[in-house]
Design a protein around this ligand. Structure first.
Ligand SMILES: NC(=O)c1ccc[n+]([C@@H]2O[C@H](COP(=O)([O-])OP(=O)(O)OC[C@H]3O[C@@H](n4cnc5c(N)ncnc54)[C@H](OP(=O)(O)O)[C@@H]3O)[C@@H](O)[C@H]2O)c1
Length: 379
């Protein structure tokens, strides 16, 4: 039987009735666990930089309403379905917002953000896992909860712990996204990867992850101040080179090549960077047999230098988010101490807001979207 005795009957949650009106904080029934799921108490929920544009309809993401918004979070297990074999009530967990159907894992969606691209993913979001982390409690599939080794991760350094806080831990969700793409192209220690643009929240996270994976990074971006800041705050800065995007495709390519053989190019441009010259310069600077990870959010087709791709045996990989195994693997990088969090990683918690201050939280995330900056909601 599910252990539901600890759960309050009602909870506080942010409720969005439609994208044409602001969300409101309401008292709603607390979800109950079922077979295959758990209910977690949210401790710190992430805010993506463009959250306000998701929920005011500007990004035109498809999701059902009414909905309790949110995304990934750090949480504690409050009640579990009867089939859980590892998770226990009280466990500290990472709540992954990428939900996959069990009988058809390609039916996947981003909880409370985007219903995904198939009728199956839309159904699963609408009917089962609709509400998410901007609430005191959240119902989640068991496999979306990764148990965090508290003794090691949050334990005191003098007893073998890393001394990280829940707030530090919440930054893992930003790192996980580029980790999916970098692992997909099998980036190896000692290799060189161009990351572009490197100055946004996910682009900057890609720099941090690639360095932790042992690579050398060439960070590209338009803004020289942001690039200089990146070099200043990131760990292992000695393995980071900066190449600004000047808009001169050939000149930027020549600049990249000055750093020797480049094994891979990781792209994570936003829709606004659609026509940017960096895509060509970064591909043209790759060595024979180089790999490209395409994680950018471009909405239109992107022209590619086909002849060079063919002649140089380049390989282009698309990646939406990450694989389930990547979640467990990034926690191994963290546990071994290879991947840092908090100030050591170049991460900066801009602010932590209660549910009532959802607007302040979304604005803060929008206005503070440099590499490493992040905002949390604490329901
Ligand atoms: N594949 C996936 O699963 C996945 C997951 C998450 C996000 N995404 C996509 O990744 C995008 C990037 O995310 P983010 O959080 O790092 O950044 P973001 O906040 O969406 O965008 C800011 C970044 O884009 C750069 N930029 C903006 N306009 C540009 C232009 N015209 N030319 C070149 N660069 C430009 C900025 O560089 P400057 O410093 O030069 O201004 C900055 O690095 C998101 O917008 C989303 O679409 C994809």
């Amino acid at each position: 039987m599910a252990h539901t005795h600890e759960l309050p009957k009602m909870m506080k949650a942010l409720v969005l009735k439609s994208t044409s009106e602001p969300p409101t904080v309401e008292i709603v029934p607390t979800p109950r666990p079922t077979v295959g799921s758990a209910v977690v108490r949210i401790l710190a929920a992430n805010v993506v930089s463009y959250m306000k544009n998701i929920y005011n309809g500007e990004r035109n993401y498809a999701f059902p309403t009414p909905i309790i918004p949110g995304t990934s979070a750090i949480a504690r297990v409050a009640a579990i379905g009867p089939d859980a074999t590892k998770l226990q009530i009280g466990d500290l967990v990472f709540l992954d917002s990428l939900v996959r159907s069990r009988d058809e894992p390609s039916d996947a969606f981003l909880a409370a953000i985007n219903q995904g691209g198939t009728p199956g993913s839309a159904k699963l979001m609408r009917d089962v896992f609709r509400d998410w982390s901007y609430a005191e409690y959240c119902l989640a599939p068991l496999e979306n909860l990764t148990r965090i080794d508290e003794r090691r991760i949050t334990g005191a350094p003098d007893s073998g712990g890393l001394g990280l806080t829940v707030q530090d831990l919440a930054y893992i969700s930003a790192l996980l996204v580029p980790y999916g793409g970098l692992k997909d192209i099998e980036l190896q220690a000692g290799q060189t990867v161009t990351v572009c643009p490197a100055t946004g929240p996910f682009g900057g996270a890609a720099v941090i992850v690639a360095l932790a994976m042992g690579a050398r990074v060439i960070a590209m971006g338009r803004n020289k101040d942001s690039l200089a800041r990146l070099k200043k705050v990131v760990p292992h800065a000695e393995r980071v080179h900066i190449v600004p995007i000047t808009g001169d495709m050939q000149a930027d390519c020549t600049e990249l090549k000055k750093y020797g053989e480049i094994d891979a190019y990781f792209d994570i441009g936003p829709p606004e960077a659609q026509g940017s010259t960096h895509i060509h310069s970064a591909i043209l600077a790759l060595r024979q047999g180089g790999r490209v990870s395409l994680m950018g959010g471009y909405l239109q087709d992107v022209p590619i230098p086909h002849r060079v791709i063919m002649r140089r045996n380049l390989r282009l990989y698309g990646k939406w988010m990450y694989e389930r195994s990547d979640v467990a693997d990034i926690f191994k990088l963290l546990e071994t101490g290879v991947l840092k969090l908090g100030a050591q990683a170049g991460a900066e918690l801009v602010g932590e807001y209660p549910l009532e201050q959802w607007k302040e939280a979304w604005d803060a995330a929008w206005e503070n979207a440099l590499m490493g900056q992040y905002v949390l909601i604490k329901p």
